[in-house]
Design a protein around this ligand. Structure first.
Ligand code: MRU
Length: 357
């Protein structure tokens, strides 16, 4: 997708380096950063220079390419894989990508290992782009249906950033929106700010602006009243881990939006590539929920009067704060899942029909 009119992907490999867009500096500064070592890759995932379930999976895959370029020893590779998986616990794509890479690389002792690693990491990215494009085409039909009935702008609420910045291209939740816009359907997005890291304001609104899509940032608590007023036609969110029964783990606050949508009969869709499905965990209480540093809540960063990035404290110094990063929306509140293979009920039978598992 575009930034200042130029097409970008969120991650690519060039001259034995991984190139990323540093998302901690957006929307104020657009910085392309080099990752040179596996340590750099782990750091960029932990600090959220790269974030979003599919993108951290892709970064982990390229991280292993950097690992084998650094040291071809299998024990170094195993240690790197373990550290990558531990770097952010909730999004399953991270483990999915590392397992997929390790399946190709375990036991390979020839010089070819770096070539094999790069081919697989590139494949993971190409596949993700393809999946996200198909999610867009499948979700487009839903937006089209609403538009054909309403004959007016379709208002879509989204939470956090499940946009192209969270994937390699297109995004998951945003892909149907981009496809609708390209087809000439008038759309307007309510972008939940998404405290504490403000991915909705800093990333979703930013990327929609760059693509010329109308959007309005709202505080996280505003969605409910907009739904009561009939100002939301549908919600589309992403997910970091979807269980085989259709329960959806996504950015903290998603659950509350799903409850409000349910109460107001607003359809609530979750867009996901199959790499986000956890076929193993059966009970949502077993999903590891990331708890991040409370400083993300107590401090905020923005531009000061001179245009410099500045961090300030906004909470009382003596107060304790708690920063859980994800919550789970039970399947019963999800209208349907939009996947690369089609749209299905958020249930075991719905997912089984599409994925044959
Ligand atoms: O903590 P983040 O910014 O990595 O969380 C991202 C989200 O919750 C997204 O909604 C999710 O990864 C879906 S991304 C396509």
């Amino acid at each position: 997708m575009k930034i200042e009119g130029k097409e970008y992907r969120t991650i690519w490999f060039e001259n034995n380096k991984v190139k990323i867009i540093d998302q901690t500096k957006l929307p104020h500064k657009f910085i392309i950063k080099d990752l040179n070592t596996i340590k750099d890759a782990i750091y960029s995932i932990k600090t959220m220079e790269v974030r979003g379930a599919p993108l951290i999976g892709a970064t982990a895959a390229y991280g292993l390419v950097l690992a084998v370029l650094e040291n071809k020893d299998q024990s170094f590779l195993k240690k790197s894989a373990k550290e990558l998986i531990a770097s952010r616990p909730t999004a399953i794509n991270l483990k999915w990508a590392v397992d997929r890479m390790m399946y190709k690389l375990s036991g390979v002792n020839s010089d070819k290992i770096s070539e094999i690693a790069l081919i697989e990491a590139n494949k993971i990215c190409e596949e993700d782009i393809n999946f996200c494009e198909n999610i867009g085409l499948n979700g487009l039909k839903i937006i089209e249906e609403i538009y054909n009935k309403k004959k007016n702008t379709v208002n879509i609420l989204t939470h956090c950033n499940a946009g192209w910045l969270a994937t390699i291209n297109w995004g998951t939740a945003t892909s149907p929106i981009y496809h609708a816009h390209k087809k000439g359907i008038p759309v307007h997005v309510w972008a939940d700010e998404t405290r504490p890291r403000n991915q909705g304001a800093n990333l979703t609104s930013y990327e929609l602006n760059e693509e010329g899509i109308k959007n309005t940032i709202i505080a996280d608590n505003t969605g409910g009243i907009l739904m009561q007023r009939g100002e939301v036609d549908m919600c589309i969110v992403g997910t970091d881990r979807t269980l085989s029964n259709g329960d959806v783990c996504n950015k903290i606050g998603t659950y509350l939006k799903a409850l409000a949508a349910f109460d107001n009969k607003v359809p609530f869709y979750v867009a996901l590539p199959s790499s986000t499905i956890d076929w193993e965990i059966k009970n949502y209480r077993d999903i590891p929920i990331e708890e991040r540093n409370s400083e993300e809540l107590s401090h905020m960063e923005g531009l000061d009067e001179d245009g410099n990035l500045k961090k300030i404290q906004v909470y009382p110094q003596k107060s304790k704060a708690m920063n859980l990063a994800f919550d789970v929306t039970p399947a019963k509140y999800v209208t349907a899942l939009i996947t690369e293979k089609g749209v299905c009920e958020a249930s075991s039978s719905g997912l089984k029909k599409l994925f044959n598992k």
